[in-house]
Design a protein around this ligand. Structure first.
Ligand SMILES: Nc1ncnc2c1ncn2[C@@H]1O[C@H](COP(=O)(O)OP(=O)(O)O)[C@@H](O)[C@H]1O
Ligand SMILES: [Mg+2]
Length: 147
């Protein structure tokens, strides 16, 4: 398996460029796992990604709902999860998480994925993205992508 690692350190424009680049190299069946502290830019990244995938809906943080679904003009839909408030993975069953995870017509994006990393042990096509604050500059983030 080919492993690609890329790291950027920059302003919101660089975050946008990175999101656009990744959105040009994904499809249904891919799984994007986002990790990093509150406010580090996970949801912002999803907004940029969706923007470049012609998503019609409004992209927002699914913290309170756990799941947002977006339709694209591509051959796949986007399922945007946020595990922050999730206590028990059994709660994922009723929202159809496990079927969505196996679907090739779904691009799955999960904020705070490492809280339940064991869910993805046998998954292929994972893109791991870590967000970090940069000391003394609120406009910069370090973002590391591994795929
Ligand atoms: N370089 C940057 N990259 C991404 N977001 C940034 C950057 N600089 C400032 N921000 C801001 O940081 C905030 C990140 O919030 P959000 O994406 O909701 O975080 P999270 O989902 O990780 O809790 C947004 O308001 C965004 O505009
Ligand atoms: Mg968020």
């Amino acid at each position: 398996m080919k492993i690609n690692k890329k790291s950027i350190k920059g302003t919101i424009e660089e975050t946008q460029n990175l999101a656009y680049e990744i959105s040009n190299n994904i499809s249904g069946g891919h799984l994007i796992l986002l990790n990093g502290e509150m406010g580090s830019g996970k949801t912002q990244f999803v907004k940029f990604l969706c923007e470049n995938l012609d998503v019609m809906n409004i992209v927002s943080s699914p913290s309170f709902l756990i799941l947002n679904k977006y339709q694209t003009r591509k051959k796949f839909d986007i399922f945007h999860f946020d595990f922050y408030r999730l206590q028990d993975t059994r709660d994922l069953v009723e929202i159809g998480f496990f079927e969505i995870l196996e679907s090739n017509d779904a691009l799955v994006i999960i904020e705070w994925a490492d809280m339940f990393r064991e869910l993805f042990l046998n998954k292929k096509n994972i893109i791991d993205i870590y967000f970090n604050f940069i000391k003394d500059n609120i406009n910069l983030r370090e973002i590391t992508v591994t795929r």
